[in-house]
Design a protein around this ligand. Structure first.
Ligand code: CMP
Length: 148
């Protein structure tokens, strides 16, 4: 059964066409469907809303600033075990680790810092549903899944 997840290519790489196409090729090679793709530019309030659960974290300001520093590419992905598999392909949050322990992951290859870590992925079925309607409000997940 296909599972939906949202992948974000963050501003640290979304403006770099070479890295964007390498990441998208990697996603397709791993047998994900890319159902939707959208380029967005966030205002501070969008970033603050999206990351509200990190409000108390020391890196919150840094994160909000990073996500408003340029365009973001949002991808709606589908695959069996899509949520877990996309997070596996992303690699660990902490880039100083991932570049050594998981050098073939996206963060391991392209990540710069723990904040500028190139990609984001939904972390549960619930957040995948929330993030899908956040980025793709017109997408009817139930209808799409029924059609398969
Ligand atoms: P993301 O998967 O988008 O979810 C929360 C983000 O916060 C994370 O990726 C990083 O960009 C950032 N983040 C998480 N942990 C740290 C940290 N220790 N230091 C700085 N930024 C972090």
């Amino acid at each position: 059964k296909l599972q939906l997840t949202v992948g974000l290519l963050k501003p640290d790489i979304a403006g770099n066409p070479t890295i964007v196409s390498l990441i998208e090729q990697e996603i397709l090679k791993k047998k994900f469907y890319i159902l939707k793709r959208k380029v967005v530019r966030w205002q501070k309030r969008d970033s603050e809303m999206f990351y509200k659960q990190h409000k108390e974290n020391f890196f919150y300001r840094r994160l909000v600033d990073c996500m408003t520093s340029g365009p973001i590419i949002a991808l709606l992905l589908a695959k069996e075990n899509g949520i877990t598999d996309w997070r596996k392909l992303m690699g660990p949050t902490k880039v100083y680790k991932s570049q050594f322990t998981d050098p073939n992951t996206i963060r391991g290859r392209f990540g710069l810092t723990d904040t500028r870590n190139t990609v984001h992925g939904s972390d549960s079925v619930q957040s995948a549903a929330e993030e899908t309607s956040f980025f793709f409000p017109d997408f009817n997940a139930n209808k799409w899944l029924e059609q398969l």
